[in-house]
Design a binder for this molecule. Sequence first.
Ligand code: PHE
Length: 518
Amino acid sequence: MMAPPTNTTASSEDLATDILAALDKSQPLLSSDAFPSATFVDLKAALDRLASREMVKYETIERQEALLEPEAEQIAANGSHEARVFEALRKAVEGLSVKELEEAIGDKNVVKIGQGKAFKEKWISKTKDGKFTAVADKINDTTQEQIKTVQQTKTHPDPKILADLKKRKLIRTQNIFSFKIHKGPKFALRIPEEATDLTADMIASGAWKTATFKPYNFKALGATQNGGALHPLNKVRQELRNIFFEMGFEEMPTDKFVESGFWNFDALFVPQQHPARDLQDTFYISDPKAADFPRADSPDDTKDYQAYWDNVKAVHQDGKYGSIGYRYPWSGDESLRLVLRTHTTAISANMLHKLAATKGPDGRPLPARYFSIDRVFRNETVDATHLAEFHQVEGVIADYGLTLGGLMEFMEIFFGKMGLHDLQFKPAYNPYTEPSMEIFAYHKGLGKLVEIGNSGMFRAEMLESMGLPKDMRVFGWGLSLERPTMIKYGISNIRELLGHKVDLEFVQGSPAVLLGQE
Ligand code: PHE
């Protein structure tokens, strides 16, 4: 607004009390008159404070102010150029030459402009010998009068004159904001203490009866609230779910982390001495000590679990369905030990066992496509790429007449939707699949083939124990959710993705990904 005060800068606190004191004497108050040196920002802050307490009411007034340019300052003091020329000539009875006029006035410019205008006004004329001479008796220096009006009132009542002075570059205008201030309903000379909260103490002491409460400001923007953000793993998970759904898969219920050894291992024909079942690889649960015997989890599950249990025992211990088995004494207690599931294939086994009870139009179990994406646990040494837990993406296809070539073809299509092409397959070993294949794809970033999954055709020992017919074949494959997520988001350390070191800003700021697109 105006130049800042030179001596002391009043704080908004002081300014607010000053405003109250000034209002007490007269109102309405125009801030530009009452506080000419306060800045707009300080005034507004002080007024808002008072207005929120209804101590004052104010409105903002915008007006134009006219200010003199340096040339006009001169005119105000000494008269217009033409008037000065006239004045000089009036004093010289004989008239003056240009040179003499310049000497008398002391400013060539004033003479140059002034004599032209004085001619026009018919205040002066030229003598025969070429000198200037005054012809009027008395003149009216209107320009000076106009400028003096502007100087005193910062404006001129005639807008035409104002515009003309501006055009002649004698004045400039600027917009001035000021405040018109009135007393409010709660006007007082001091700002009362305002309570922001009703406290237990205030109720106990009765202080609430007399306290002034700060009114709610419903227009306040409030603190920024963080909406929930999906973790990158969840975003990739959703992408993968969409791929499964569009390929006709049904999602398996994986909402349990603890399994019995029966479903996690025995049902999958993993022998009880297998290293995967070691404490070094698997987390066992100590309490409760043992799982319940495998049983139906819904009334419409009419399968004979005892028969299934017996089949599993037989196929491990003595061999069955044309298999010679592992030929070791199979332990029911070992099978009932509780583990943190090491793979979601435990759920697949459970689902396939239920599938064996379904009957299609031909009386045989129905073909099925199942998938799941959920957490599994392994007793691993934690390093940059391994944690003791990860998310497994698992797919299972059960149908008649499936072949290994069909599995490879399917993998090309499935991983193709994730942007991974030209797969390579490497023979591998899983106790529950034969043949088994590791799946590799070329990783552009790393410039090499990386393992992206494990797959195979489930063994007859596993499927026939469940009661699935001999000619029903089942593909299965698994991969980690973390691997594609780390590749997509360019993360090299798994601890940036999971655990206490995860940066929430990374979670909140990561965009969704489209698998299969660069
Ligand atoms: N369970 C396997 C793993 O943990 C994945 C898999 C599932 C392999 C089904 C073959 C069939 O790696």
